[in-house]
Design a protein around this ligand. Structure first.
Ligand code: S3P
Length: 427
């Protein structure tokens, strides 16, 4: 797919629902008694993988235009799947569902696409095994396919070596089925959607600093969930409006949970103009309209506890840094190597191909921004966020940028290119 510069970005846009929150709504709705109604549910390939896994375990769901109804069967209502559960490209589905499956009274198997079968699952096998779970990597390489024999679980206090909401959520979900409380302490606080949403469904969850604790065997009740727009998807539009001169874009109802809004803080540090309007909140999840105006940006340092709050936005932040004056240093971001693709390597190589002065480091990158970008041929490596990041880089580059295997955006944002075209005025 080919991309060129545009004249300016103007107008308003509604961003599809938050992916992390959509996954959780399906899972917790399935484990709750009664009906859960989810509005602005994200119908992307990843979330559809979650739906398909729970349908295979006997959960009925009805999908209409913007509403998903889940007929939950309670904590012990899932039934044994007849065949292997396919989590597609979704790390969130794979890791969170494993915590649930570990405590069931039936065995199950899980697999996913080529990317999922390369991603590390030891990080969940270790704490689940410490809880007494029977979970194994079929090939013994610490990756999916996984075989899980559900068993009674015991409570633990897990000191996670990584700040990962997927690991934390997996352990907390297993904690629903444990014989005593389960706590997880992370090196830095990761996104807390699981804690907030489980509490709103009736679980007893408490958080102190970067430790979350859950009490076992709650009675979860179906809820109405309104999913805010995904800040990780909004990030691409924010970046486009900042970079393209003479732009002004209003992005409606975007989730700004402080464990997710690091991109806004990084942009502020770079001199970017993003105004929050109409702030609201539902079940502890804040949202706002974001008014973005073209800005001249300068370099910054992105590191430490900020990293988990913008982990999925680093590809597009690297694009912003490429167009900012001066040096941007991103460190403490080694987790990026084990996402849907090795995002560190791919961003460094592909931005360099567009003329960016960029050096990869052990756990991040150094970008000396401000040089003109030129079009190039870049491959998405089937990673949705890489494809979208380069569609934005193309808007700041001279000539034509070709993105190969660009259709992978369907993982998190079907319709991304149409939405981008709608707000981008051509020359
Ligand atoms: C997610 C957590 C993050 C993030 C992913 C979604 C979640 O992964 O990168 O896109 O929904 O919990 P890690 O927990 O592996 O950092």
């Amino acid at each position: 797919m080919n991309f060129v510069k545009c004249r300016r970005i103007r107008g308003e846009i509604n961003i599809p629902g938050d992916k992390s929150i959509s996954h959780r709504a399906v899972m917790f709705g399935a484990l709750a008694k009664g009906t859960t109604e989810v509005s602005h549910f994200l119908k992307s390939a990843d979330c559809l993988s979650t739906i398909s896994c729970f349908r295979k375990m006997g959960i009925e769901m009805e999908e209409s235009e913007d509403l998903l109804k889940i007929h939950g069967k309670g904590l012990h209502g899932l039934t044994a799947p007849k065949d292997i559960l396919d989590t597609g490209n979704s790390g969130t589905t794979t890791r969170l569902i494993s915590g649930i499956l570990a405590g069931q009274s039936f065995p199950s198997r899980l697999t996913g696409d080529a990317s999922i079968c390369r991603r590390p699952m030891e990080r969940i096998i270790t704490p689940l095994t410490a809880m007494g779970a029977d979970i194994a990597s079929d090939k013994g390489n610490g990756c999916a396919p996984l075989t899980i024999h559900g068993r009674p679980l015991r409570g633990i206090h897990y000191l996670s070596p990584v700040a990962s909401a997927q690991v934390k959520s997996c352990v907390l979900l297993a904690g629903l089925y444990a014989d005593s409380p389960v706590s997880v302490t992370e090196p830095a606080l990761s996104r807390n959607h699981t804690e907030l949403m489980l509490a709103s469904f009736g679980a007893s969850v408490s958080s102190e600093g970067s430790t979350a604790t859950i009490l076992p065997h709650p009675s979860l009740a179906g809820q109405q969930v309104t999913v805010p727009g995904d800040i990780s998807s909004a990030a691409f539009f924010i970046a486009a409006a900042l970079l393209v001169p003479d732009s002004e874009l209003l992005i409606r109802h975007v989730g700004i949970n402080p464990t997710r809004d690091g991109i806004l803080r990084a942009i502020e540090a770079m001199g970017g103009s993003v105004e929050k309007l109409n702030i609201s909140s539902q079940a502890g999840e804040p949202a706002a309209d974001l008014l973005v105006r073209s800005s001249s940006l300068h370099g910054t340092v992105i590191e430490g506890a900020m990293i988990p709050t913008l982990i999925d936005e680093i590809p597009v932040l690297a694009v912003l840094a490429s167009c900012a004056e001066g040096e941007t240093v991103i460190r403490d971001a080694a987790e990026l190597k084990i996402k849907e693709s090795n995002r560190l390597d791919i961003m460094v190589r592909s931005l360099a191909a567009m003329g960016v002065d960029i050096t990869g480091t052990e756990d991040g990158m150094i970008i000396r921004g401000g040089k003109p970008l030129h079009g190039a041929v870049v491959d998405s490596h089937l990673d949705h966020r890489i494809a979208m990041a380069f569609a934005i880089a193309a808007m700041a580059a001279d000539g034509v940028t070709t993105i190969e295997r660009a259709e992978c955006v369907d993982i998190s944002y079907p319709g991304f290119y149409d939405d981008l075209r709608r707000i981008a005025e051509p020359f």
